[in-house]
Design a protein around this ligand. Structure first.
Ligand code: PLP
Length: 618
């Protein structure tokens, strides 16, 4: 199982049973018994819940939240820091009611709050039972309705902070606040000049979209003072970025934010909170490197660097310690969801037997087959080059009408036979594994990349991936995965392995009538709502489970996959009208004698059944 790097990225979360099944562990409880994922899939299938599905593991969510809060608690204790940590969950990272409500409930002991970046997210946040100490941080564009709701929520005892993103926004807040006769809790978003690395580098630094630069900040403080609102400015916000790979970048950005904090204080802002936004990354590969899909630090290092940097800055300026806020969403939710799909079939780029040649076959076909005579370690590269050359020449002959389809078929068979010989030889001689990419098998997965793994398509996100079963059997194939959309972009062709990123994943030969499930891990952040309806594939099933530490599990929540009826409605079809149109057409065909009454019934029943069914292969 460690072919897949499980020991690096899966430590503490996943295990392999004696039967070679991948199993979920209760985090932080090494003495408990893990729960087999294939056993979960079987138990769910008995209830009629099948792949593709998102499996949410509630203990993983709780564990991440606890680890984040403990990391800050320890860092604060180690640094004699007097303020508190008041994390908030940015709703945009996973808006699903099940996730947000669970975090709100289980986060109460940490006074965990929420971050809203839009009006709908504010509505969600206001519906959640947060602790009275928890913050509700409002970022993003805010119109009068947004501002009114936020200010009035203060009357309910909510600690709602309106973070000013632009100079114009303050004028809206001023107007609404005066109308209501209520003063808000205000924050200001500071645009840092330090850039941080990673996929979102362009959204950091002084050319980023949001926040106020030094010049605008000075003007804003003057305007707040002049209007009597400076006393409301309690929070400084500076979003560091998302998935920042390098700790040094974080330190530099935090350090700059601290300088702003000290200066704003000196200008009379009564700040009590400093918010560092997002940025705390997830090690998707387990490589622990400062590169796009990994990070070179742990959450404990992140917390201690933030606290230490801040404490130094405050000590120098002789300022009291503010509460620290971070909006770490990816860290809290990424690991909690696993996307699981079943493999429907495979296109194998090899064939065990050579084709039988005919006496009148073209001599290039004989030459192609002759390559089989020197497929060995020393001449492997030469054999490979020759095979590709002869195969391509034969294809050219076919295009020019010089060989027929049957001969071309034999040429392709000969090439696939050589491919199987190459694969065996390459497996025995690792030096040549680079050339394997030409013969990688295609496994066809029952999923839509665009719906369930949009970041893999959009930003080359790497998620760890591996089969859930047969992990005590050496994989015999190297595959990439295509989805069931009719889009050639719908494929996964970069993988995490123990040796680093790879162009193929080791997999087993498929067996007749035996499901082969593959898990894609760490998909809890951003994927669910960014996904789209390409080819009208809708949401997959979502099942939230808890683990009992004794090999068992319980379903905590279940959301059935979109039906075709629902998906058609999303794109403005009325399924009833669609059905009516078909009825009319069938009736006309019946009247014209092209359809019997029984056939009319069959086609209408088939259509109705499909409307009620799911969008994936069933
Ligand atoms: N806060 C703000 C303002 C953001 O824009 C984002 C996302 O980019 C986050 C928090 C979440 O950050 P992360 O992806 O590091 O969890």
């Amino acid at each position: 199982a460690n072919l897949y790097g499980l020991d690096s990225w899966g430590t503490g979360l996943l295990d392999v049973t004696e039967d070679g099944e991948l199993a979920l562990r209760l985090p932080q409880e090494p003495d408990t018994k893990a729960t087999s994922l294939p056993a979960i899939m079987t138990a769910l299938a008995q209830r009629g819940i099948n792949a593709p599905m998102v499996l949410r593991v509630q203990p993983y969510l709780d564990a991440a939240l606890e680890r984040l809060n403990l990391a800050f608690a320890r860092a604060m204790a180690d640094n004699q820091y007097n303020g508190a940590y008041r994390g908030v969950f940015p709703i945009k990272v996973n808006q699903q009611a099940e996730v947000v409500s669970h975090l709100a409930r289980s986060g109460k002991i940490y006074h965990y709050g929420l971050e809203a970046g839009s009006k709908p997210e504010l509505m969600v946040a206001l519906s959640q039972p947060l602790s009275s100490e928890a913050l509700l941080v409002c970022n993003g564009y805010k119109d009068e309705d947004f501002v009114r709701l936020a200010i009035l929520s203060g009357k309910l005892g909510r600690k709602t902070v309106l973070v000013i993103e632009t100079p114009e926004e303050f004028e809206i807040i001023l107007k609404v606040s005066r109308e209501l006769g209520e003063k808000p809790m205000l924050g200001v978003r500071v645009k840092l000049t330090e850039r941080v690395g990673g996929k979102w580098e362009a959204s950091s630094g002084d050319r980023s979209t949001f926040g106020l630069g030094a010049r605008e900040l000075v003007a804003m403080i003057a305007r707040m003072r002049e209007t009597g609102f400076l006393e409301c400015l309690v929070l400084q916000h500076s979003h560091l970025g998302s998935q920042v790979p390098d700790m040094i970048d974080i330190r530099r950005a935090v350090s700059e934010a601290c300088r702003f904090y000290v200066e704003l204080h000196a200008m009379g802002a009564p700040l009590t909170h400093i918010d560092f936004g997002g940025g705390l990354g997830v090690d998707y590969t387990g490589f622990q490197e400062a590169e796009d899909n990994s990070v070179n630090y742990t959450v404990e290092e992140y917390a201690s660097n933030v606290v230490e940097t801040l404490r130094y800055a405050l000590e120098e300026a002789d300022l009291p310690h503010p509460d620290i806020v971070t909006e770490s969403g990816r860290y809290v939710v990424a690991q909690s969801s696993i996307f699981i799909f079943n493999v429907l079939g495979a296109t194998l780029y090899d064939q065990p037997k050579p084709p039988e040649l005919k006496p009148d076959d073209h001599h290039l076909l004989t030459d192609l087959m002759a390559v089989a005579g020197y497929v060995d370690g020393r001449r492997l590269r030469e054999a490979l080059n020759d095979a590709v050359y002869y195969r391509d020449e034969l294809r050219a002959l076919f295009r020019r009408g010089q060989i027929d389809l049957e001969q071309l078929g034999r040429a392709e068979s000969a090439f696939l036979y050589l491919a199987s010989r190459f694969k065996t030889a390459m497996a025995q001689d690792n030096q040549h594994h680079v050339a394997l990419a030409d013969f990688t098998d295609h496994y066809h997965g029952n999923f839509s990349l665009f719906q369930s793994l949009p970041d893999v398509w959009a930003i080359d996100q790497l998620h760890p991936m591996m089969p859930l079963q047969r992990l005590n059997e050496m994989p015999t194939r190297q595959a990439i995965f295509s989805d069931i959309t009719c889009d050639s972009d719908g494929k996964i062709s970069k993988f995490v392995t123990a040796d680093g990123p790879a162009d193929a994943l080791p997999v087993h030969d498929l067996r007749q009538d035996e499901p082969y499930h593959v898990g894609v891990f760490f998909v809890g952040a951003y994927q669910e709502t960014l996904g789209d309806l390409h080819n009208l594939f809708g949401d997959a099933n979502v099942v939230t489970i808890s683990l009992d530490g004794n090999g068992g599990f319980a379903i905590e929540h279940e959301t059935e996959a979109d039906s075709i009826w629902e998906v058609l409605s999303y794109v403005e079809y009325d399924p009833r009208d669609c059905l009516d149109a078909l009825r009319r057409e069938a009736e006309a065909a019946l009247a014209a004698g092209r359809l019997t009454p029984l056939e009319r019934r069959q086609i209408i029943e088939a259509y109705k059944k499909a409307l009620a069914g799911h969008t994936y292969f069933e």
